[in-house]
Design a protein. Structure first.
Length: 273
């Protein structure tokens, strides 16, 4: 019996499809004969089922189209948000840059010295030296030995010059030595770099009046730095037994790690702090 139905499966399926087609054909006719009406009644549920399936498929297609459109809109909005964030970051950077430049300009006008504004375009730090590269050189009137300063204080001095660039030996370099003075007591000191963030303060006698927090400014006696530029603040003072000089160090007022714009002093004079 099973073999019989297997052999005639295609024939039965074809017959059912023919009956279904004829029933659909006659289901909407009022003048159909008895056979047509009978076939129409048989096919009516099937026709309703087909219509329901078609409506469901339509709703699924509409929902898919809606989802595709929503995804495209979301991607577009994400792209716009990314662009706005980038623009906001640029605006913030411009704001900070303008604040720095304004402070630098005010400092330059207050000193009334011959100065050239420059930007830091490179830096080197090794066991042996601490240097910066600036985007101004001999074409801008820069020469070896010119002091380099900011509104916060002394950065160092130019030691190498080319046409459009120069290299600066920073205050913290071991080859750097600046003649200074304690602003409060007027005691003389020598600020010597030691390749650490805190240069040494040398030749402070035991009778000197030097306290932690005192400002150290340039004395103008070394022939390089004009008088009155801020160098830093005393960060440590130690009196060693039997020593003629005090052991002291200074914390520079310039944040060397964040330097971006500086002034190169090309003319002499002094500044009041």
């Amino acid at each position: 019996m099973q073999g019989f139905f297997s052999r005639r499966r295609n024939m039965l399926l074809g017959g059912c499809l023919i009956v279904l087609a004829v029933s659909v054909l006659f289901s909407g006719r009022e003048n159909a004969g008895p056979v047509g009406r009978t076939l129409g009644l048989i096919g009516s549920p099937v026709q309703s089922l087909v219509g329901a399936v078609g409506s469901s498929i339509g709703r699924v297609v509409d929902h898919y189209i809606f989802l595709v459109g929503a995804r495209e809109e979301a991607e577009r909005l994400r792209a716009e948000v990314g662009e706005l964030r980038t623009e906001l970051m640029k605006v913030e950077e411009f704001r900070y840059e303008n604040a720095r430049l304004k402070r630098l300009l005010e400092f330059g006008e207050a000193t009334q010295l011959e100065q050239v504004a420059a930007s830091v375009v490179g830096r080197s730090a090794s066991v042996w030296y601490r240097t910066l590269v600036l985007n101004k050189g001999s074409e801008n009137g820069v020469a070896e030995g010119n002091p380099v300063v900011t509104a916060s204080g002394v950065v160092g001095r130019v030691f190498e010059v080319s046409g459009g660039n120069c290299r600066v030996l920073m205050l913290t370099d071991a080859s750097s030595a600046v003649d200074g003075v304690v602003q409060r007591s007027r005691d003389q000191v020598l600020v010597e770099g030691n390749m650490t963030p805190s240069p040494n303060l040398l030749y402070i006698t035991r009778s000197s009046d030097v306290q932690i927090g005192d400002k150290i400014v340039t004395s103008g006696l070394d022939g390089i730095y004009p008088k009155g530029y801020l160098l830093g603040r005393v960060s440590d003072v130690t009196e060693e037994p039997g020593a003629f000089f005090l052991t002291a160090s200074m914390e520079p007022t310039v944040d060397f790690a964040r330097l971006e714009e500086v002034f190169i002093v090309t003319g002499g004079g002094e500044v009041s702090q």
